[in-house]
Design a protein around this ligand. Structure first.
Ligand SMILES: [Zn+2]
Length: 318
């Protein structure tokens, strides 16, 4: 047997290819973050300048470097390109590097090359999906199903490659969904008439369970909650308030205008919908009532578990 294994692959070469792929896909992620919530095609048209609509040249689209060379301005019309674009690209590269270091290089040396490639692709897809979901949630306070439900499906589809049983994935996904949905949506709605947490959050913890079993799901929720609380306190102390995303404020305004212009049964239907939607009313003042997108913290904790799950389990169950 002369099968190429992990031991035959030169480490630095693997790292460089992986980081380059992370940067390139990170660049595509900026397109996903902008277009997915707007229900626009992800492939057509290609990258365009947000200022004037001019197609972006290939060499200006080189991750991070393109932004640095042009000093954060578009070549065509000079519009400012937000720092977030190179940041998302850099995070893509960083995640790819972390996956190689923490997961791929920890595989047994006799792991065949195709398994190495498949596992890297799977974990990178998971990490980038979570990254996109985080930024979409920050902008719009919602988590798209193609990422949460699609990511759950990918978790199920890849159990054999990841030494997980289908049963562990199914139990993890079910617990992940229920542990958020039951107390924060189902019961909360009965008690308060409104949902305390979105269904998207439940689907995101379901994803963590499908990938990492019930322990991963619980870590995503608890680790996410702890980090979200700390962040909320720090932001509140330094800025005095927690701002809602601009898109949420805009959507509420649009909903109100729609309500003004509708009558009869349509208006009653819309009023019922608004009563159930926690984002349709303005948040009350105070830290306890402030709205924080929870998705980025669930995603962060899921990535932490993906990279350091073994260490975390050792610490919790010695
Ligand atoms: Zn332009």
């Amino acid at each position: 047997m002369s099968l190429v294994t992990l031991a035959d692959l030169p480490g630095p070469f693997v790292t460089i290819i992986a980081v380059a792929l992370g940067l390139v896909f990170g660049s595509f992620l900026n397109v996903v973050i902008y277009r997915l919530p707007r229900a626009q095609s992800l492939s057509h048209p290609g990258s365009r300048c947000p200022g004037c609509g001019e197609p972006i040249r290939v060499y200006d689209n080189i991750p991070v470097l393109g932004w640095l060379v042009l000093r954060g301005r578009a070549r065509c019309c000079g519009i400012k390109i937000p720092l977030r674009y190179p940041l998302v690209e850099a995070l893509g590269g960083l995640l790819a590097w972390a996956i190689v270091r923490a997961i791929i290089f920890e595989l047994p040396e006799e792991t065949s090359w195709w398994r190495v490639v498949l596992l890297f692709a799977l974990y990178l897809a998971l990490a980038l999906g979570l990254l996109a979901a985080s930024f979409i949630d920050l902008d719009h306070m919602y988590l798209p199903d193609p990422i949460t439900v699609g990511g759950t499906a990918l978790g199920f589809a890849s159990v054999l490659l990841r030494d997980l049983t289908l049963r562990e994935a199914a139990v993890g996904a079910a617990i992940g969904f229920l542990v958020v949905w039951l107390p924060f949506d189902f019961l909360y709605r009965r008690l308060r008439g409104q949902s305390g947490m979105g269904l998207g959050d439940a689907k995101l913890v379901m994803l963590a369970g499908a990938w990492f079993g019930w322990r991963g799901a619980l870590f995503a929720l608890l680790g996410g909650a702890v980090q979200a609380s700390l962040t909320a306190v720090v932001v509140y102390l330094t800025r005095g308030r927690l701002d809602e995303p601009a898109a949420v404020i805009r959507e509420r305004q649009e909903l109100r205008e729609l309500l003004e212009s509708s009558e009869g049964e349509a208006r009653a239907e819309l009023e019922r919908e608004i009563a159930l939607d926690p984002l349709a009313s303005e948040p009350e003042p105070g830290l306890g009532k402030a709205r924080l997108a929870f998705g980025p913290f669930l995603a962060l904790a899921t990535i932490e578990y993906m990279l350091f799950g073994d260490v975390i389990l050792q610490a919790v169950f010695p």
